[in-house]
Write a protein that binds this ligand. Sequence first.
Ligand code: SF4
Length: 238
Amino acid sequence: MSMDQQHIPDIIGSISFKADRRQLQRILHVRDDSRYLPMLMDLVDEAENYARPKAVYREAYVEEGGEDWVALDGKRFISRIMRVNLEEAGRAFFFVATCGRELEEWSLTIQDILEKFWADAIKEMALASAVRALEEQLRQRFQISGISAMNPGSLADWPLTAQPDVFAMLGDAPLVIGVTLTQSCAMNPVKSVSGIYFPTVTSFASCQLCPRENCRGRKAPFESELFEKRYQVSQKAG
Ligand code: SF4
């Protein structure tokens, strides 16, 4: 795939991972006096030896847009929410971040059901390290203070079927960090995340537009009137 020199994706391949053991204990309900604690700590020690979280990103500029679409570096994305979010930003950073294939393959060797469950939480933590490192690099390199993200599949406005478009903007780089797409547009390793980051004055999270209750991943409260106020297409008199 050809990609002009200026837009070759950057790879962050040496992200350190040190699990927050206290937080893991809290998430997994393993108390200090639990007989399972030594088992969990052994598993975390082992995971840290394997974990190599990674990320790729690429800057792209807004070229034109309609009511519910926006073109970035020659590719059209259908999403009213993206179109409004990028109006002021003028650019976006396509990205994929992952817990890493090394940790994924290590977790596949685990047979015990409880340890498998714990390994999942550790992989989520490794993914969070990759996301933090990526956000930090974007903030420093591009001198961005406010930064927000959108991920395909979070909202119906930008469904999971848009995932291949995000990958297409990154060329072969996702493959280089070991992330592939399945036929149903899910990512492998599962503990990976993709989408766009964009600079913002007012912060945005898809969760603000998502009414789902009891979601463990919620990053912001649901705002029932936000769509109408900020994203609805104005009805012009015919
Ligand atoms: S509330 Fe949960 S499901 Fe809804 S956008 Fe946020 S993370 Fe996704």
